[in-house]
Ligand binder design. Structure first.
Ligand code: GLN
Length: 252
């Protein structure tokens, strides 16, 4: 009974501009699993334009995009939404950002032509385009939820992201390039913000991460985070199949 009264508000940022390789599936997975957990789900989206008070939401999502879209978002952050987003992050909002969205949460993203797009600096990371793209399936080991767990996804980026002391990596790369192809890290975590290069969609194939985000959001809004135990047989088949595919990458 108690579950039925709990509500979760999810806001998809820039779905019209930032949506590569099934990123939208992350929002579908969040909404669907939240409903399976007995929560009432309210889903909305915002795009370029007026300022928004992001503190009223529980979970924010922003997907990936190329330089052209990133330039538009960068301007909208500066002119309308960046400070509200930063305030919401300090207030503990849950925020998942993929690839191009992740890059713009950092200090800056420098394109291959040397143009520097300022980010909003909520993540202590910076990104510079490098030679060649890192493309392919990725397997990551993450201790975000305590015990080591596996994440699987798909990356396609030329940006190399470097982490400062203000963030923790989301995990260590077992297959793939991750943040920069050099230091073995993938993604960045600060408070309830997760930035990652994993497209996929990421969340349908990694149900534990979906539940982690929902639990953090419930904790912020209601002070407790119990979730139902769901039957994840099909999700785990997808997870394991994606891992097998990643492991069969040439050179692995
Ligand atoms: N422009 C960025 C890069 O290639 C982001 C690409 C993406 O979001 N897939 O690094």
């Amino acid at each position: 009974m108690r579950d039925a009264k709990r509500t979760i508000e999810i806001c998809h940022l820039y779905p019209d501009l930032m949506n590569l390789y099934g990123d939208r599936g992350n929002v579908i997975a969040l909404a669907r699993r939240a409903a399976w957990h007995g929560l009432t789900v309210q889903l909305s989206h915002v795009s370029v334009g007026s300022p928004v008070d992001f503190r009223r939401y529980d979970i924010l999502f922003i997907g990936g995009g190329q330089d052209r879209e990133q330039r538009i978002i960068c301007r909208d952050f500066q002119e309308a939404k960046g400070s509200s987003l930063a305030e919401a992050v300090e207030d503990g909002v849950v925020l998942l950002a993929i690839c191009g969205g992740y890059q713009l949460l950092g200090e800056y993203y420098q394109t291959s032509t040397g143009e520097r797009l300022p980010g909003i600096g909520v993540l202590d990371v910076y990104t510079e385009a490098g030679d060649g793209r890192m493309i392919g399936n990725v397997v990551v080991e993450s201790t975000l939820a305590g015990e080591p767990r596996t994440l699987v996804g798909f990356e396609n980026h030329s940006g190399r992201t470097y982490l400062g002391p203000g963030v923790q990596p989301l995990g260590r790369v077992k297959v793939g390039g991750g943040n920069n192809g050099q230091d073995g890290t993938e993604g960045a975590v600060y408070r309830n913000v997760i930035g990652t290069y994993l497209h996929g969609s990421l969340l349908p194939k990694n149900p534990w991460l979906t539940d982690y985000l929902i639990a953090r959001a419930l904790e912020r809004r209601y002070g407790s985070a119990e979730l139902r135990t769901l039957d994840d047989d099909i999700e785990l088949l997808a997870h394991n199949a994606a891992i097998r595919r990643a492991m069969s990458r040439p050179g692995v």
